[in-house]
Design a protein around this ligand. Structure first.
Ligand code: BGC
Length: 359
């Protein structure tokens, strides 16, 4: 079978590799992979900044955003049948099986020795067949065949949103009204929908023009689109109960802290490049304390967020027809590899790779 692989930490080692299909063991599931999605993490792995091969190996199969059909079940696996439409989670427990990994919350792993499909020490799903532990897989209704590939990116938002509400509602009476989303890539657009589903007034900021696809998608959900080139963040008021920072830009992340009002919360979902800090740390921490503010980061997502994501994809599809389909701006084939992983044009939002013709 064909697989899309890299040599981790070696820039531009992206290639197709012929491999034997994996054999399924007890408790596992063989996946007949339909599609994989491409995100910034894949591009960082290809650029040689990130990623690790499975122990003893010298290559990594890419692909942590995926949509598959069940091909075969290992012994002892219940609740699935061949042909089911499924999405596996990304992270697997650490060998120490820490408190959180034991509790089905490997997204909160304490040791940092977790493994991640397609990212860290476990092959991903960008191959014709792939294998995973069946207890980390969620089932999707057939109605999500076109957009189910967005399940994993949506889980990142689900976790950020749930944790925001858990923290805020456990420390005070909280009736948020306004949310700000910084960034309108796939995760930013999905965050816009989830916050709108909560009934919030949402503003989403990006740098594309007001007639761009991103701006139009934001507006379709009833949210306001703000072009940061016309309205710099510095000129915006500290009027938001919730800010979701998804741009991954350290300077935008610093600005985000000045946009939440008293008792507000900033949730950081980007991966930030290290750089010299020029911020006045005294002001930052004083504002944090005097305003009872919360800043928190969130990464990865466990199975409960995947289940929420599947339900919410159905809700979004119903409430804003065509929205999810339009996020997928490019469908590449395995053979167009180099092109598939390069952002193509200004209107690009999410590229997916069709591993096989839909079945
Ligand atoms: C994935 C997460 C993963 C993170 C860090 C993200 O792109 O969506 O599942 O934990 O990268 O490796």
């Amino acid at each position: 079978m064909k697989a899309i692989v890299v040599t981790p930490m070696v820039a531009n080692s992206l290639r197709i590799k012929e491999m034997d299909p994996p054999a399924v063991s007890k408790g596992q599931m063989l996946l007949n992979v339909q599609k994989v999605g491409i995100c910034g993490t894949d591009r960082d792995i290809i650029a040689g900044f990130y990623g690790a091969s499975p122990t003893g190996g010298d290559f990594l199969v890419l692909g942590h955003e995926s949509l598959s059909r069940v091909a075969e079940l290992g012994s002892g696996v219940r609740g699935f049948k061949p042909g089911d439409l499924v999405v596996p989670t990304v992270r697997r427990n650490c060998p120490e099986n820490c408190l959180n990994c034991q509790n089905e919350e490997s997204d909160m792993c304490l040791t940092g020795h977790y493994k991640e499909h397609g990212i860290k020490e476990l092959h991903g799903f960008a191959s014709e067949f792939a294998i995973t532990d069946a207890s980390f897989v969620v089932k999707l209704p057939e109605s999500l065949i076109e957009v189910g590939i967005l399940t994993e990116p949506l889980t990142i938002v689900e976790k950020g949103e749930i944790q925001t509400y858990l923290m805020q509602e456990s420390r005070m009476k909280w009736k948020p009204k306004k949310a700000l989303v910084l960034g309108a890539g796939p995760v930013g657009l999905l965050a816009t929908t989830i916050l709108r589903l909560r009934g919030l007034e949402v503003s989403t900021v990006a740098t594309r023009s007001a007639d761009s696809l991103k701006a139009r998608l934001v507006q379709q959900t009833g949210a306001q689109y703000i072009n940061a080139k016309e309205t710099p963040l510095k000129e915006m008021e500290d009027e938001y109960d919730i800010v979701f920072e998804i741009t991954g830009s350290p300077s935008v992340a610093l600005e985000a802290q000045h946009l939440i009002k008293t008792n507000g919360v900033v949730c950081y979902l980007g991966i930030y490049k290290m750089q010299q800090d020029t911020e006045d740390a005294g002001k930052l921490f004083t504002d944090l304390v005097l305003g009872n503010r919360v800043h928190f980061g969130s990464v990865n997502a466990n199975k409960t967020y995947f289940e929420r994501s599947v339900n919410d994809l159905t809700k979004i599809k119903k409430k804003w027809p065509g929205f999810l389909e339009q996020i997928i701006t490019r469908r590449a084939k395995m053979d167009d590899l180099t092109q598939a992983y390069q952002p193509e044009n200004e209107e690009e939002i999410k590229t997916i790779i069709e591993i096989r013709t839909l079945m």
